[in-house]
Design a protein around this ligand. Structure first.
Ligand code: AMP
Ligand code: MG
Length: 484
């Protein structure tokens, strides 16, 4: 069985409400992450028993479900009372190696934080989170993971009928910027300090002895988020709803709602139906990340200056300098994508120059980097084939080749290094949509195929070329809907 502990319930009294999952009428296991289950220390169990446990039909032994309070800025507007409206924290699992991970249900029924909504989750969106979070994990991006999706046997209404489901997800924790905003707005400085101590102990234990702990936490979260968003940008990932309640303190990606991977590169690309102003467009993400960190700083500032008035200025400068911190992570990732092991001062302009040259070229973000590695032998044609205007990347490609020359080493090992960080398979939006529709109709085969490829994103597979391409020309634009 799972080895549960409940440090949050012990240490953060007043931040949650104990609550029970709704009992689903007819739980049925739809997706089960056996390797993750094993890593969590969950032994063999009968699938029907697992379906009852991981849907709330039967209490999971050792769990103590609770709904967490949090606030958040949604599309720039502060909402002081969000919270787990359709989620329950079951507790922390102590892994065989000693790590502590949250186990959470999503879609397990209404809680005191549900406002007018039903507290449920449709099967398609639950599987979407499962697929994309597992793909992100395989791509090496910090993320919540998905353990199970169980159909509840209940129908839901989301503009049309959908089967209901409960997703079980695993996270370093579910503390968010919005948790700090909630503490600051409702409880004041002491609660913020209490939350700070808990967050440091859990995520940044080496900073617990810092002179100014809330300042040390702000710095650690800036670092974790800079690294995270840099990885998104280097994969063409658009989160879609970077509200402060969806920004973790741990630096993991969380809440796979209207997210998507770019097909054609475009800085202003938006997929979410509700993001009309383009606030969370692809190219906006580093800026929004900093905006969100300012919200964290606001929640922490009283506690920061209580230690030392002068640290107000240190915090201000920390956020001012965030763009450089982000760019350092971004450039480090981009160097690897471009096959460069050394660093040169001009690399930043080389990196930026790539995207300037790609502007308007309709180049597939993912395929382009594989084409670059394929072109190392001197064949510009494989790169040109990805562009609207064949010569658009020619000057940049020559500059890159000169840079590669200076970097030294042999072409074969460089190509291998590039192909180990530039994926061949991502969950393409049109394939994901098709797989989720099929799943809601009872056919899991397309989902399982896509999950299998996305879980091994770097290794070419015979006969799977269709999975390497974006939507065929003339397909309707991919849009995802929130409130899923
Ligand atoms: P999200 O957009 O998923 O990050 O959710 C934002 C807020 O809305 C959170 O407080 C959620 O718990 C809540 N929420 C989203 N969908 C539902 C739902 N179907 N029922 C109750 N609360 C919901
Ligand atoms: Mg959320």
């Amino acid at each position: 069985m799972l080895h549960f502990d409940h440090s949050l319930a012990r240490d953060l009294d007043g931040f949650f409400v104990p609550w029970q999952a709704a009992r689903p009428p007819a739980p049925r296991m739809i997706a089960w992450n056996a390797p993750l289950a094993e890593a969590l220390g969950l032994g063999e169990a009968d699938p029907e028993q697992l379906a009852r446990w991981f849907s709330g039909a039967e209490d999971l032994p050792g769990s103590q479900p609770l709904a967490l309070a949090y606030a958040g800025h949604q599309f720039g507007h502060f909402n002081p009372q969000l919270g787990d409206g359709r989620a329950l924290l079951l507790g922390e699992v102590l892994m065989p190696g000693g790590a502590r991970l949250d186990l959470q249900f999503k879609g397990s029924g209404p809680t005191p934080f549900s406002r007018q909504a039903d507290g449920k989750c449709a099967l398609g969106p639950a599987l979407r989170e499962y697929l994309i979070s597992e793909a992100m994990a395989a791509l090496g991006v910090p993320t919540t993971r998905s353990l199970a999706v169980v159909a509840t046997g209940e129908g839901l209404w989301r503009e049309q009928p959908h089967p209901g489901a409960v997703l079980t997800r695993i996270a370093a924790s579910h503390l968010r910027v919005g948790t700090f905003e909630w503490a600051a707005a409702h409880k004041g400085r002491e609660a913020v300090e209490q939350l700070t101590d808990y967050a440091l102990k859990r995520h940044f234990p080496d900073r617990q002895e810092a002179h100014n702990r809330p300042l040390a936490l702000l710095d650690a979260v800036c670092e974790a988020q800079a690294a995270l968003v840099a990885q998104w940008m280097n994969l063409g990932f658009v989160h879609g709803v970077m509200n402060t309640d969806n920004v973790t303190i741990s630096g993991e990606t969380i809440d796979y709602g209207p997210c998507a991977f770019l097909d054609a590169y475009a800085d202003d690309k938006v997929f979410s139906s509700i993001d009309r102003g383009g606030r969370y467009a692809f190219g906006q993400q580093p800026l929004v990340c900093r905006w969100n960190l300012y919200r964290l700083a606001s929640a922490l500032i009283e506690a920061i200056v209580a230690v030392d008035e002068a640290d107000n200025e240190v915090a201000r400068q920390m956020l001012e300098a965030f763009p450089e911190r982000f760019e350092a992570h971004w450039l480090m990732g981009l160097r690897a994508k471009l096959g460069l092991r050394s660093s040169e001062p001009e690399d930043m302009s080389l990196g930026r120059g790539l995207f300037t040259a790609l502007d308007g070229q309709q180049a597939d973000f993912t395929r382009l980097f594989r084409a670059l590695s394929a072109s190392l032998g001197g064949d510009y044609g494989v790169v040109a084939a990805e562009l609207t205007e064949r010569e658009a990347l020619w000057p940049w490609w020559n500059a890159w080749r000169n840079r590669v020359e200076r970097d030294g080493g042999d072409p074969a090992s460089r190509a291998a290094a590039m192909d180990a960080v530039n994926p061949l398979y991502i969950p393409r939006n049109h394939l994901t949509d098709a797989a989720l529709s099929a799943a809601e109709q009872g056919d899991m085969a397309p989902f399982e195929r896509l999950l299998d490829l996305a879980s091994h994103p770097f290794t070419p597979r015979e006969g799977m070329e269709a999975y390497e391409r974006g939507a065929p020309d003339g397909s309707p634009a991919h849009v995802t809907y929130c409130g899923t």
